[in-house]
Design a protein around this ligand. Structure first.
Ligand code: PBG
Length: 325
């Protein structure tokens, strides 16, 4: 007996496959995370993230314009300061590297892209934690919120369209919303890192920002074992006024991306983090997998799981690959 149903009919030609593809992957759905290093006179390569650099203010401007021309939907900026202290003063200083670079990019790009900024203290503190510490060395949630509020206003003033609180302090979205509104920045959006796991895959990022962290972030980032807890975090952030919510990392947490997609009636982002990028780059360098195909497969999978927006270090390059289609 011949099979009555032949799903393979829909796979017979490239044109047929293109017609029936369920998931789109377009440049506008990709956001490029970028690093800018205070005092750098030339871009500095990040060994564990081949192809990614710590930019100078000048090279950042140029690379940002190129990424926008390639069609990416937005940029997410991280600062690497020259000096750090216990309270992360560089984060709130209007002349701090992140704020200065945001102003550069807003002047250069205007409203032609969505400029986002990491709203977290870990790059700026000498102990590397995402918040300030109590005298006994615990991360002080509520004292940290005050600084996030100041940081968010400094970033909005510098030109960020969207701030991205990534520190996983309780109440951070509501607090930042209130402070931004009081300062008149009612149009500045909040991309909530609603779901952020305590992941081993942040390793290369810590090289990228020269993190000073000793220990871990397990008292504020989530346990990889928990998915229901992720939905609680999302519900809280939505109630606090998040404009978009994010899941991070992406690939090991596609079940969570899907679950969040089902409850959140705002755009859902997923962050394909440094370690996800590094794994593929390393395997590709060994000739063990095809780099471009693997990168696009992972991005498509993250979209298929339900992410509207994907933050990825391949964003600009992937935008060029996709434009050939
Ligand atoms: C915290 C922050 C981290 C990343 C983005 N924001 C690192 C951390 O939580 O340790 C990681 C991104 C990546 O690994 O690509 N400001």
């Amino acid at each position: 007996m011949f099979p009555a149903h032949r799903p393979r009919r829909l796979r017979t030609t490239p044109a047929m496959r293109r017609l029936v593809a369920e998931t789109t992957l377009r440049p506008r759905q990709l956001v490029l995370p970028m690093f800018v290093k205070e005092g750098a006179t030339a871009p500095v390569e990040i060994e564990s993230m081949p192809g990614v650099v710590q930019h100078t203010r000048d090279s950042l401007r140029k690379a940002a314009v190129e990424a926008v021309q390639a069609g990416v939907g937005g940029l997410m900026l991280f600062g690497v300061p020259a000096t750090r202290d216990a309270v992360g003063s560089g984060a709130t200083d209007p002349d701090g590297i992140l704020n200065a670079a945001l102003a550069d990019l807003r002047a250069e790009l205007g409203d032609s892209t969505v400029l986002m900024s990491d709203c977290c203290l870990d790059e700026f503190t000498d102990h590397g934690h995402c918040g300030v510490l109590t005298p006994t060395g615990e991360v002080d949630n509520d004292a940290t919120l005050e600084l996030y509020g100041e940081m968010a206003v400094a970033q909005a003033r510098a030109g960020a369209h969207v701030v991205g609180p990534s520190g996983m302090m309780d109440g951070q979205v509501g607090f930042i919303r209130g402070v931004l509104d009081d300062a008149g920045f009612t149009d500045t959006g909040i991309l909530a890192y609603a779901v952020k796991y305590s992941s081993a895959l942040y390793g290369p990022f810590r090289e990228a920002v020269e993190s000073q962290l000793v220990g871990d972030r397990k008292t504020y980032q989530q346990d990889p074992a928990n998915a229901r807890e992720a939905l609680r975090e999302v519900e809280l952030d939505l109630a606090e006024g998040a404009d978009m919510v994010m899941v991070k990392p992406a690939l090991p947490y596609l079940d969570v991306v899907r679950a969040v997609r089902e409850i959140a009636h705002v755009p859902v982002a997923a962050y394909q983090i440094s370690g996800e990028y590094a794994m593929v780059e390393a395997a590709a360098r060994n000739g063990w997998i095809e780099r471009e195909r693997t990168a696009l497969e992972t991005l498509t999978s993250i979209r298929r799981a339900g992410a509207d927006i994907v933050l990825t270090y391949w964003a600009a390059e992937a935008a060029r690959w996709l434009d050939r289609e």
